[in-house]
Design a protein around this ligand. Structure first.
Ligand code: FES
Ligand code: FES
Length: 154
């Protein structure tokens, strides 16, 4: 067992973990942050996307020990109990959610883009979300939602 200390959604955690534990399992199983989803488990689908030190990572590919000393934001860490994050609100308004399995990762990838580039072009949105797969929506509504959120943040 290895000791790690890290911040998740602005709260510090210190715990002992198995050396072969993945970050996604630490978040879902030990911290009960089940908004982060596992799809492929191989870095291909983006369902497990979280922000680590302000950048998106696939939490299925990151070992939990690598999270030591970092700052993680999961889907539970954006917005508040009473108010959705503007990207979540735009997804809701544009009907960009169907089964919802891809949504946490997709939203965090969009948040990452808008943090870095508040007014992206449509192509920049497509490129930034290319690692996040959606089986349901055909992507158009997702892109429209990100455009809507980006207008809100201009
Ligand atoms: S579950 Fe991590 S990229 Fe698919
Ligand atoms: S809404 Fe079902 S996978 Fe995207």
């Amino acid at each position: 067992m290895l000791p790690i200390t890290f911040r998740v959604n602005n709260k510090e955690h210190t715990l002992e973990i198995e050396s072969n534990l993945r970050l996604i399992d630490l978040l879902r199983d030990k911290l009960k942050l089940t908004g982060t989803k596992e799809g492929c488990g191989e870095g291909e689908c983006g369902a497990c996307t979280v922000l680590m030190n302000g950048d998106i990572v696939n939490s299925c590919l990151v070992m939990a020990v690598q999270a030591h000393g970092t700052d993680i934001i999961t889907i539970e860490g954006i917005g508040t109990e009473n108010e959705l994050h503007p990207v979540q609100q735009a997804f809701l308004e544009e009907g960009a959610v169907q089964c919802g399995y891809c949504t946490p990762g997709m939203v965090l990838a969009a948040v990452d883009l808008l943090n870095k580039k508040p007014s992206p072009t449509k192509n920049e949105i497509k490129r930034h979300l290319a690692g996040n797969l959606c089986r349901c929506t055909g992507y158009n509504k997702i892109i429209k939602a990100v455009q809507k959120a980006s207008k809100g943040s201009e």
